[in-house]
Design a protein around this ligand. Sequence first.
Ligand code: ATP
Ligand code: MG
Length: 687
Amino acid sequence: TGTSSDDFLSGLNPEQRAAAEHGGQGVPGPLLVIAGAGSGKTTTLAHRVAHLLRQGADPQRVLLLTFSRRAAHQMNQRVGAVLQRWLGASGAQAPELPWAGTFHSVGARLLRRYAERIGLSEAFSVHDRGDAEDLMGMVRQQLGLAASTERFPLKSTCLSIYSRVVNGQDELAAILQGAYPWCSAWEAELRRLFAAYVAAKQEQQVLDYDDLLLYWAAMLDEPGIAAELGAAFDHVLVDEYQDTNRLQARILRGLKPDGRGVTVVGDDAQSIYGFRAATVRNILDFPDQFDPPARVVTLDRNYRSTQPILAASNAVIAQAAERYAKALWTDRVSSQKPELVAVSDESGQARWVADQVLAQREAGVRLISQAVLFRSASHSAQLELELVRRNIPFVKFGGLKFLEASHIKDVLSLLRWAENPGNRLAGFRAAQLVAGIGPTRSARLLDAVQAVAVPAEAIGAFDPGSGARDEWAAFAALMRGLMAQVAWPGDLEQAVNWYDAQLERLHDDAAVRRKDLEQLVRVAASYGTRERFLTELALDPPDATSAEAGPPLLDEDYLILSTIHSAKGQEWHSVYLLSAVDGCLPSDMATGTAEEIEEERRLLYVAMTRAKTRLQLVVPQRFYVRQQGAGGDRHVYGARTRFIEDAMLPLFERLPKAPPLPPLPEPRLGAKQPAVDLAARIRATWM
Ligand code: ATP
Ligand code: MG
């Protein structure tokens, strides 16, 4: 130490630096950094952690909470890179932060550590969203609510309501009234359903996402444990604090009641998880929660985007109903305005974006520096086909996860059941993978397993019926092995080997699925233990890749496709936003309340502020909407998203310079689409 590289904070501006160094030597008081997109909040947080470590903070005692596992990983790397500048000459390695992760994954680890003391089984399973829905569905069936009551909410809706109540720490009646008015009539039934759902989870020793926060918060209500946990961490730092919910704020307060050692950063203009009970009040109310109040640092220089991109983004968010006023500025001058691109329809959009991506690559912008964003995962379907057709490798973030594929769930059910034989959902699924075993036998097996002390014995002794004896013996041997001891990732390999023999019988496209399973085995080793693998996978599955294009190798160049929600905190040289039309953004699923519309506006702001140098918003003149229930799919005519008002148009370049073809009229019901549409062709000559 002691060289000039010592001062790794010198690259920060004075406000950033003040935040990074806040508190001097002792345990610092609470700190809030609230600032707009691209102003260096995450950068400042990384420098702050590096600074604390340099001052001697123990990395084991630093809790760093991020929004995704990917973000935690990136943060760890950034802190490491900053520290390396200081350690460089000494040859020492920058320390890893073992407690960098999401609220949920950290919660799961702490709960396992304290399981015995709080009456949980140490082997509790974590249900992902799909599992949780299935269990909710099972309970709903058992209570007879699915069949007896007409138009009782779907299991997914039931789970969303339940989740809002838990995460929002709110009354069921209030949630129903505010967000699900059409379900208000079933308040009593829902209450009964949720009570049974909670009982089923407890009986089976499974926790869903919400429980990880709920049990953690409840654990902190125990003074003894709260004191221990609070003392275990000297520093607690949270990124993207605007997207935390009440339960998460309660956890933070429980860990550090006086706020000492707490740093939170965020941007109220980027709060986009209200639909999951996140509340922007957490960040707005943070300072005054303490006495004396938290120090507040604001940053107003944007380092990410060019001036024209920033001007357009600022104009969009300036229309927001309520916000902490922020005036971001940048010195990145450019003559290139963001572009509004009119295309005929979604396939025109796919072709346009693919063309642009390739042209950019020709011009030297690698694929990895470009991203395509969209409001809903389904909006990229056409583009994905186009990319595959043109051999452009891509990775998709958000939306349908790898884990939701049935063959992956099958294999995981074997491991989950072995890990926790009380997990009925896993057992129910696993047993039915055996030829000749259906739901009735499977349920009988689970009862038998529950009745004995050694589950593997009950499985071995079970009579599967005359047709299935051999298959059953092989299955019982597998389960006995998996339940007896843990060998990682050998367990997964055994499960995959056994499953491989069932694959042809269970699925037509066995070859593709086999590849996915190979990929699963490849990533498994990095998780260290079976329990860690199952928990982390349920919480934050690896990003889905396109099966056809094959998973890109890590050092290969590939394009990012992402929902806006999953693009939070990131940045790219070029950003394309798909379907910037009313109905897609704002989504027509969300056009209920004014609050929902405001959240959609902030989503557009988040999308636009991901771009450093080039930004294109694509507006198909005609697009497809998928409708649940009656009506089916249909075409609708698009209008530019309402958040880009006419008055803002001078901030954008409009493409193409010539007006696009007007959309073709919808074919009338029963009318045949002509093989050659002469009328359209003739009209086109006049364009
Ligand atoms: P978001 O709101 O999107 O999460 P943020 O406020 O966290 O954004 P960062 O991602 O930390 O912003 O920073 C945005 C970009 O600005 C990054 O490329 C970062 O390296 C750069 N940056 C931040 N601070 C500085 C600085 N002082 N000097 C130069 N570049 C900076
Ligand atoms: Mg950030």
